[in-house]
Design a protein around this ligand. Structure first.
Ligand SMILES: [Zn+2]
Length: 136
């Protein structure tokens, strides 16, 4: 089982984020007055909701914290363990809950530079993951 956007974002607020993922664009919800970035869709703590817009982001960040999951909590995850469940601090500021792909889970560490990568599930579901960033 792979989670689909409808599983994790059953409301309309984050639809623009998932639609952008389908075009391999990673977005943050940004205040057009002060520039503060948020994820998921939010309200600026200083300027309310009217100033908020989804805007393309760098897709870069660093591992803030993680845990290596060794137990398959669902039968569909038997081939996925061990995997690194992770919180990435995006370069724009928000924290993004994700997993790290492209390296063994044992290689993941706090402070590791990562970049977004997209997994195509089908025409309606493209899922962002993060992978080690070779550029940094
Ligand atoms: Zn603001």
């Amino acid at each position: 089982m792979t989670l689909r956007p409808d599983d994790v974002a059953p409301d309309d607020l984050d639809d623009p984020f998932w639609e952008a993922c389908a075009h391999r664009v990673f977005m943050v919800h940004r205040c057009t007055i002060c520039g503060r970035a948020y994820w998921p869709a939010s309200t600026c703590i200083d300027h309310g909701s009217a100033s908020m817009q989804w805007q393309p982001a760098s897709g870069l960040g660093e591992v803030f914290t993680y845990t290596v999951v060794h137990h398959a909590y669902d039968r569909s995850l038997v081939d996925a363990v061990p995997y690194a469940a992770c919180v990435v601090k995006l370069d724009e500021g928000p924290f993004f809950h994700t997993d790290i792909v492209g390296c063994p889970a044992a290689d993941v560490h706090v402070g590791m530079r990562v970049h977004v990568t997209f997994e195509v599930i089908d025409d309606h579901a493209v899922i962002p993951h993060f992978a080690p960033d070779a550029e940094s």
